[in-house]
Design a protein around this ligand. Structure first.
Ligand code: DQA
Length: 143
């Protein structure tokens, strides 16, 4: 099984970005933790971009290359109709994740445009949200 992890804007700054909200763990640390958890269970591809169009292209390409995708779309979660449309158009199951609990934060973060077209949403567990996202993706295989 191959699982694609996609990370949106500003997640490259994890570790130094608003540590009171996002903690001090870097994206590279999170990637390592996911890879350890996936060992012998799934092949992992892990990417980050600040570019909305690149995320859309990656979702489009996922159809022919992976079994599931786990996405932290960051700020685009709340704004991107294009990203939502790409997920809706894809046959690949997509799991939405966030480090923070978006429902406990500012009002504008409560709405996820991508949630209705994802398999489910995991948020609020810090870096563990990624590991839970992996487990959710692996569980889809058993359906
Ligand atoms: C985030 C939550 C988003 O609201 C925010 O724009 C982010 C990170 C999270 O992982 O908690 O950049 O997706």
């Amino acid at each position: 099984m191959k699982i694609l992890f996609l990370n949106g804007p500003n997640l490259n700054l994890l570790g130094q970005r608003q540590p009171e909200v996002y903690g001090t763990t870097t994206l590279a640390d999170i990637e390592s933790a996911v890879r350890v958890q996936a060992e012998g269970r799934a092949e992992i591809e892990f990417r980050q971009t600040n570019d909305e169009g690149e995320l859309v292209t990656w979702i489009q390409d996922a159809a022919s290359s992976v079994d599931a995708a786990v996405i932290n779309a960051a700020g685009y979660t709340h704004t991107s109709v294009a990203l939502r449309d790409s997920i809706a158009a894809s046959d690949v199951p997509v799991i939405e994740i966030h480090l923070s609990n978006i429902h406990a934060r500012e009002e504008f973060r409560h709405n996820s445009l991508i949630a209705p077209v994802c398999e489910g949403q995991i948020c609020g567990f810090g870096p563990t949200s990624y590991v839970l996202g992996l487990e959710a993706a692996l569980s889809l295989k058993m359906d």
